[in-house]
Design a protein around this ligand. Structure first.
Ligand code: ATP
Length: 327
């Protein structure tokens, strides 16, 4: 979406009617240019009313990301982060990986109002709509080698659950290796990309997408049961407060991870695993499958499965987990 579309949307953010003439006057452009800018709103997933004689109105007010509010939610931890708030990114992970290669400092964060080509694992997509999600990436550097970062996506899940709990959102579960669920519907996704040496140091770009209020357009694209904080809690949490809170919990969890590895967070993770002691089906990259009962995860974040053929260990990567039948 063009910068001008964001500028117009900022004027419409209060959810009140604004005439085309008034908008054009404020921005010193023509009414036709306003209309053309607003036509580009489709990918943002926002509903816009255009009523003759009254002008334009967004179906709902929009809440923008705000550096001061995020810093105030972070409190004493604010100086651990270098925040960059942007209107639009293809993928915040892609952008932060590029900045990491150019030497971005640990604690660098990119949060985008709109992510147009968000990524999941293995080329899958992450969908979000403007104002209805948090989509951000965090850069962290580790002394450990990349091999020791295998449990990181699970550790990040623990941070998100802690943050949600402190925001008053209970009843969340984790699904190995990288999803946050509510009643089996996906609320948030985590995408970790790592770079570095086998023996260290290494860095990780931690991408997080969390649904606040999904648009109908996004719901149609998702293709699996999904939910948002609005459906779960009945209110739309303040996104800046939530982002500050998530970053704060991420820093704490990443500190533990840096010293003790995933082992320091394992018990808490297992406690929230939706499939703990349940039968599951594992899909392997070559279309092969395995079935068994989840008995836990190990200190590297690998899934432990009791199968007919004995205990098996599956590490994160190219594997997907689904509910299975009893053996
Ligand atoms: P796995 O079990 O292997 O993690 P997954 O389907 O959860 O499988 P991910 O790569 O973690 O895969 O996430 C991408 C998938 O998440 C997409 O294919 C889509 O089905 C779903 N998805 C995309 N956007 C959203 C969203 N905003 N909310 C919930 N789910 C989404």
């Amino acid at each position: 979406m063009r910068p001008l579309t964001f500028t117009v949307l900022r004027l419409l953010a209060d959810g009140e009617f604004h005439s085309g003439e008034d908008l054009a006057h404020k921005l010193d452009i023509s009414r036709a240019t306003i209309w053309n800018a607003l036509k580009e709103m489709d990918e943002a997933g926002l509903d816009l009313y255009k009523i003759r004689g009254r002008g334009y109105r967004l179906a709902e007010p929009l809440q923008w990301l705000d550096r001061t509010k995020i810093a105030s939610a972070l409190g004493a931890q604010a100086n651990r982060f270098n925040l960059e708030l942007i209107d639009c990114a293809d993928s915040t992970n892609t952008l932060l990986m590029q900045k990491a290669a150019l030497g971005a400092v640990p604690g660098s964060v990119i949060a985008a109002e709109l992510q147009t080509h968000g990524r999941g694992r293995r080329g899958r997509s992450w969908y979000s709509n403007l104002g209805g999600a948090l989509t951000f990436s965090l850069l962290w550097r580790f002394n450990q080698g990349v091999g020791l970062l295998s449990g990181l996506s699970l550790a990040v899940g623990v941070a998100l659950l802690r943050a949600l709990k402190s925001l008053g959102v209970d009843g969340m579960a984790l699904k190995w290796p990288n999803d946050v669920l509510h009643h089996n519907c996906k609320l948030a996704g985590i995408l970790i990309e790592v770079q570095g040496d086998v023996l260290g140091p290494s860095l990780a770009v931690i991408g997080i997408g969390i649904n606040f209020k999904l648009s109908e357009q996004a719901k149609k694209l998702i293709g699996q049961p999904a939910t948002d904080l609005y459906s779960v809690t009945g209110i739309l949490p303040e996104r800046n407060l939530a982002l500050g809170c998530m970053l704060g919990h991420l820093a704490q969890v990443l500190d533990t991870f840096a010293v003790r590895g995933f082992g320091g967070l394992r018990a808490e993770w297992v406690e929230h695993h939706v499939y703990h002691n349940k039968n599951v089906r594992i899909m392997l990259p070559d279309n092969a499958a395995d079935e068994g009962m989840v008995t836990g995860v190990d200190n590297e974040g690998a899934l432990l499965l009791k199968t007919r053929g004995g205990e098996r260990r599956y590490s994160t990567g190219e594997i997907s987990l689904r509910e299975g039948r009893s053996l």
